[in-house]
Design a protein around this ligand. Structure first.
Ligand code: AR6
Length: 172
């Protein structure tokens, strides 16, 4: 069971599933969502149209089509509004919802982007701690799960996640 932090483009990652930081319409958008739809091809949008959207904090699974990944798990992160609107708990719920689908479908490897820290403006220092706590809890809980990768788009984001992982490790 391993956790890996890498810098890269999640649309190139070979895994049982990659996670999409979507919006509640599930009909594509900018950022990582746009990149995933472009790389997967129009069949992904066609399947998404059948899903009737996705509430914030929940997740839905589709096939991966032209991606190297077999599936896409679409989740909708919270829009940051200062932190008093339950954004941290909602972000944690996104990760829990993704892992519920990972468990249900028997997936062995999953790759995440940094959910909500782009267009949705969630501060990445806080988001990285939440993400890594949930990922470590899932790795400890799900015997089928062999590998979780977090794919950071910039060197600065990668270093923020590396610092968060070190901080969590020193907490024990
Ligand atoms: N691979 C990995 N990470 C990426 C990639 C990529 N190819 N492209 C961008 N990122 P964002 P959000 C990073 O804005 O904040 C969309 O329009 C990016 O640098 O994609 O959850 C949706 O449709 C950032 O660190 O997602 C929604 O409307 C992270 O992915 C809204 O944005 C997340 O940034 C969701 O906003």
């Amino acid at each position: 069971m391993t956790l890996e932090l890498i810098r890269g483009d999640i649309t190139r990652v070979d895994a049982d599933a990659i996670v999409n930081a979507a919006n509640s319409a599930l009909l594509g958008g900018g950022g990582v969502d746009g990149a995933i739809h472009r790389a997967a091809g129009p069949e992904l949008l066609a399947e998404c149209r059948l899903l009737n959207g996705c509430p914030t904090g929940q997740a839905k699974l589709t096939r991966g089509y032209r991606l190297p990944a077999r599936h896409v798990i679409h989740t909708v992160g919270p829009v940051w509004g200062g932190g008093a609107r339950g954004e941290e708990a909602t972000l944690a719920r996104c990760y829990k919802s993704v892992f519920a689908l990972v468990e249900q479908h028997g997936l062995r490897s999953v790759a995440f982007p940094s959910i909500s820290t782009g267009v949705y403006r969630f501060p990445i220092e806080r988001a990285s701690l939440i993400a890594l706590r949930e990922i470590q809890a899932a790795l400890g809980r799900l015997p089928q799960l062999e590998k979780v990768t977090v794919v950071l788009f910039s060197q600065a984001d990668l270093e923020t996640y590396q610092r968060a992982l070190a901080a969590l490790s020193s907490e024990g």
